[in-house]
Ligand binder design. Structure first.
Ligand code: UD1
Ligand code: CA
Length: 459
């Protein structure tokens, strides 16, 4: 059966105190909204509708980048969660199948949980996701009898007895699209908040002799983000899970609590990650690599057996082949380093290709930017770039070619050639000691003047 996801993301999120809509705040490098979409991807949805309102233009922009398959609909006025879901009706005209409603500010619903909701739909018309938080606080309460869910009562509208119920509403709902919109048509706003409550569909379903039930999940999955504190908690929770998963998958983390993953980081087994390593989005590390302390990686690929760091920075487009070595204080951007290439110290390699087994000496810089345009540096296999070489791009260095230390290379170097581009050294006999004598005499004069000043001052 086909499934449509409807993601509610119209709320203002005023407690974030932000110019950015709440659902665009990031956890592990991806907007909260994208985490919700990723959870829902587990059921392979054929349709994806995001209900935006506050900051709709920004939400639309983010959706175009992160989930271009999604359709954005606008809820002009935030009249409640039920009203929000109704805004997806036109977009889903003609759609046959189930709708699953998710919240854009609830990033941790596990794919398996949504799968269990879909499974429960086989026996029930409406399936709601419930959870038992340590403190039920102001969540809506699920009024159950056996496996039948009778209704959901909002905290504001609940009696003392209902408030004593510990099973709470997460907000997630699954139902057949036609049934859902039909039920929503019946929802009114005669309640404490004066809003159209999505949860009210449950009581209406029961009146029509439809069956409703609740599937439950761990409270950690339903963590919603409403403030910066909760955003930080969400980040911490994501990181804790990602670290546990990496360890589980055979990755060594010497100090797991100091390693930060992005939402899409992939690390292969037997890779060792030293303390204080940060992964930005878009990183894949193959098996058996070594990411040493204090390295920062984003948008890059590290192949088997490669070594990175300590103190290395791999920026987007850095592509390291097998057994490449990137050492301390080396920055690599948009560059392909072929098998066994080495850049061990203090270098910038940007917009470049570096051939297999080529060695780049300390302090080498690819001067890729002329102030207006970027240019490429192409270095062949088995080349040797002397320390402190400036490679002024566009420039090509052939296979097995060498450059002398301190060279400023502005012209291509042919294969097997040695390029030296620096001032010639001149040695002047005896000059050093003469210079030393001159300097010592200057110092003596200055010291004498200082002493005279002091005596004068004391009189
Ligand atoms: C809602 C549920 C409550 C549940 C709780 C779980 C209702 C009436 N109550 O309460 O039972 O325990 O979530 O967190 O549904 N939104 C819109 N448009 C609107 C209103 C809300 O898009 O008009 C979005 C919000 O951006 C948010 C989500 O829906 O992502 C939930 O809305 P919120 O106002 O936070 O609902 P709660 O009062 O927390
Ligand atoms: Ca809420």
């Amino acid at each position: 059966m086909s499934t449509a996801l409807v993601i509610l993301a119209a709320g203002m999120g005023s407690r974030m105190k932000s110019d950015l809509p709440k659902v665009l705040h990031k956890v592990a490098g991806a907007p909260l909204l994208v985490h919700a979409i990723t959870s829902g991807a587990a059921v392979n949805p054929s349709r994806l509708v995001v209900v935006a309102g506050h900051g709709a233009d920004k939400v639309r922009g983010a959706v175009e980048t992160w989930a271009p398959e999604a359709e954005v609909v606008i809820q002009g006025e935030q009249l409640g969660t039920g009203h929000a879901v109704l805004q997806a009706r036109n977009a889903l005209q003609g759609f046959e199948g189930d709708v699953i409603v998710l919240y854009g500010d609830t990033p941790f619903i596990q794919p398996d949980t949504i799968a269990r909701m879909v499974e429960a739909r086989e026996k029930h018309d409406v399936v709601v996701l419930g959870f038992e938080p340590a403190d039920p606080a102001r969540y809506g309460r699920l009024v159950m009898e056996g496996d039948q869910l009778h209704r959901i009562v909002e905290y504001k509208d609940a009696s003392a007895a209902e408030r004593a119920i510990t099973l709470c509403n997460s907000g997630l709902v699954a139902a057949d699209a036609a049934v859902l919109f039909d039920l929503l048509d019946q929802v009114g706003n005669d309640n404490a908040a004066g809003e159209y409550y999505l949860p009210d569909i449950v009581a209406i379903a029961k009146e029509r002799n439809l069956s409703a039930t609740a599937v439950t999940c761990d409270a950690s999955e339903t963590l919603g983000v409403n403030s910066r504190t909760e955003l930080a908690q969400a980040e911490a929770l994501f990181q804790a899970r990602a670290r546990a998963e990496a360890l589980e998958n055979g990755v060594t983390l010497q100090a797991p609590e100091t390693v930060f993953f992005a939402h899409d980081t992939f690390v292969g087994r037997d890779t060792v990650i030293e303390p204080n390593v940060i992964f930005g989005p878009g990183v894949t590390v193959e098996s058996g690599a070594e990411i040493r302390a204090f390295s920062h990686l984003e948008g890059c690929h590290v192949s088997q057996g490669a070594q990175v760091g300590p103190y290395a920075r791999l920026r987007p487009g850095a592509e390291l082949a097998e057994k490449v070595r990137i050492g301390n204080f080396v920055e690599v951007k948009n560059a392909l380093l072929d098998e066994g290439a080495k850049v061990n110290h203090l270098s910038y390699i940007g917009d470049a290709t570096v051939g297999a087994a080529t060695n780049i000496g300390a302090g080498t810089i690819t001067c890729n930017y002329d102030g207006v345009l970027k240019h490429r540096t192409e270095i062949g296999d088995h080349a040797f770039i002397g320390s402190n070489t400036m490679l002024v791009a566009p420039v090509k260095i052939g296979n097995r070619a060498m450059t002398g230390s301190g060279s400023v290379i502005t012209k291509d170097v042919a294969a097997d050639a040695l390029a030296v581009a620096r001032a010639r050294q001149e040695n002047k006999a005896g000059f050093a000691s003469k210079l030393y004598d001159i300097l010592m005499a200057k110092k003596a004069k200055r010291d004498a003047a200082k002493a005279a000043d002091k005596t004068e001052g004391n009189q």
